[in-house]
Design a protein around this ligand. Structure first.
Ligand code: B12
Ligand code: SF4
Length: 476
């Protein structure tokens, strides 16, 4: 019997304003599982990498002639997903199309109404995918798989009862199929931490988060699960030997949930005499860090981290479920930044019920911090989050008319706060003006690991300046 042919792609485009990119660990992990468990022939494409058109992606699928197609997408890429699924159904009507990833997790079974896909997995994918392929190879009784959504022969959408099975022992997973990713192509593009245009790998060493931020995605559930420190080091050693890479970025939502795992990981880095560059572009939970832990991370090679304050208002910390200790945040950022971690802050302005004075409080706290960079994002509600439901009560029309396809972190303008739009935009401008003082710019230039990389931010800076002067002219 010939091997199962499995095509998997991440759908969506890289934009001028949001050029960052990292290897897609989710689909690489699924690809590795399908190859290991079924001996399948796998083709993997990240559409965002080469920025190919939807038609070109469909041609790639046709050329591969798969038995099963699996597509992953973020919510802003849903229109590409709709287009690609429709085109694939026209040319390959018999081949099952599976969809998953953040958008499926966000909208649930709605994704089967939006697209022509046959099956949707609204959560972690490895276990469900294995069950789906087993069914594909037997009698295709999709109703036996808990928690998935599928379309029956009459076109009705069926929501299977039960929960998608999550993997408790993450170490049982094979390494993501890095060999299927065009690594040199990633290394030529801009990735998140400073160090761009060099070889690096992306790791995800844990899944799930027990905190309850009301804006957060729910892909992996609230139960924290992590690879053992030994397994993370094994993987690093493997990549180090195979690809000569010593620069690793962790995309974990909360790498430092388990203090002893962090310390053990750092000790193993030394034990194996590894000379690493480590970064946390998705952030570390700042208030639970301890000084000894920061020291250990630095001595293991950490040079860059994001730290998410989100809001400087204690009321909103409580109401929005993040419950960050702001005092400890400030202390730990200062400790880390003074010892060589280039520190980037994630800030959100415009929470439901947030007032101008609370936004000012956030700006004050951020300006008093030792952060090098701070991004003042507008709170944007994503479907299937608590904040989305809150905003539907207060700003229903705005939400229903919002075009998520044009969303990106750098340009999003969304206001669901208690203040009018102009007040929020003004405060956002004020935040940037106050934060990037001459003293801060001096610290950035002094501490940035590779100063020439500041030029990489020029396109975003230039776009903002043009937009700002355009708005000013309009206001005159
Ligand atoms: C790294 C990262 C990125 C990387 C790219 C990652 C990639 N995959 O290509 C970069 C920096 C480029 C990025 C960009 C953006 N990101 Co991002 N990103 C992340 C982050 C931190 C980790 C992603 C990851 O690797 N996860 C680990 C893997 C194992 O999980 P996974 O990819 O979701 O895959 C699993 C399941 O979803 C499922 N699955 C996935 N696909 C499929 C397909 C099938 C068929 C099946 C069965 C299952 C399945 O199985 C996988 C394994 O269990 C997540 C947060 C998070 N914790 O996931 C946010 C996240 C995915 N990003 C998010 C967003 C919003 C964005 C942006 C749209 C922001 C922006 N534009 O300003 C951009 C998109 C860029 C663009 N131009 O389109 C949101 C998505 C929310 C949503 N509803 O879409 C998330 C969830 C963060 C959040 N805010 O809550 N991101
Ligand atoms: S701490 Fe981070 S990952 Fe956890 S719920 Fe809050 S935003 Fe989500």
């Amino acid at each position: 019997m010939s091997a199962l042919r499995f095509f998997i792609a991440s759908v969506g485009h890289r934009t001028f304003r949001y050029p960052w990119l990292t290897p897609p660990i989710g689909i690489m992990s699924l690809a590795a599982v399908v190859r290991e468990r079924f001996g399948a022939e796998v083709r993997l494409i990240n559409q965002r990498l080469h920025n190919i058109s939807n038609d070109a992606l469909v041609k790639e699928v046709l050329a591969f002639a798969p038995d099963i197609i699996a597509l992953s997408a973020f919510t802003p890429n849903k229109f590409d997903l709709i287009d690609v699924c429709a085109k694939l159904k026209m040319v390959l009507p018999e081949v099952p199309i599976l969809v998953g990833g953040p958008h499926a997790a966000a909208v649930g079974s709605e994704i089967l109404r939006e697209t022509a896909a046959d099956i949707a997995v609204p959560s972690e994918g490895e276990s469900a995918l294995e069950q789906i392929i087993n069914q594909f190879l037997s009698d295709r009784s999709w109703d036996k798989i808990p928690g998935i959504f599928w379309r029956d022969d009459s076109g009705d959408i069926i929501e299977n009862p039960g929960q998608i099975e999550l993997i408790h022992d993450l170490d049982s997973l094979p390494y993501p199929a890095y060999d299927l990713a065009d690594l040199p192509a990633y290394w030529r593009l801009q990735f998140l931490p400073p160090g761009t245009y060099s070889s690096y790998m992306t790791l995800m060493s844990s899944r799930g988060c027990p905190y309850g931020c009301k804006w957060c995605h729910s892909i992996f559930g609230r139960r924290y699960r992590a690879h053992s420190a030994e397994r993370v080091i094994e993987e690093i050693l493997y990549y180090n030997n195979k690809y000569g890479v010593s620069d690793f970025e962790f995309q974990d939502d909360i790498f430092n949930m388990d203090h002893s795992r962090v310390i053990e990981f750092c000790e193993l880095v030394h034990k194996h005499n590894l000379k690493l560059k480590i970064s946390f572009p998705n952030g570390l939970r700042t208030d639970i860090l301890e000084e000894a832990e920061i020291d250990a991370l630095i001595s293991a090679g950490t040079h860059f981290s994001a730290f998410a304050l989100e809001t400087g208002s204690p009321r909103l910390q409580r109401e929005m479920g993040k419950r960050l200790d702001i005092g400890r945040f400030l202390h730990n950022v200062e400790y880390a930044a003074n010892r060589g971690i280039f520190s980037v802050g994630f800030i959100m302005l415009g929470f439901p019920t947030e007032t101008a004075s609370e936004m000012r409080q956030t700006i004050d706290v951020t300006c008093s911090s030792a952060l090098h960079f701070a991004s003042f994002f507008n709170v944007t509600p994503f479907p299937n989050t608590d904040i989305y439901d809150m905003a539907m009560k207060t700003h229903r029309e705005k939400i229903l008319s919002y075009d998520y396809s044009s969303y990106d972190f750098t340009s999003s303008r969304f206001n669901i706060s208690a203040e009018p739009d102009e007040v929020v935009w003004k405060l956002q401008r004020e935040a940037n003006r106050r934060f990037y003082s001459p003293k801060r710019i001096y610290r950035i230039v002094r501490d940035v690991p590779t100063p020439y990389q500041l030029l990489l931010y020029a396109p975003q800076f230039f776009t903002r300046m043009v937009k700002r002067s355009f708005r000013r002219n309009q206001a005159k």
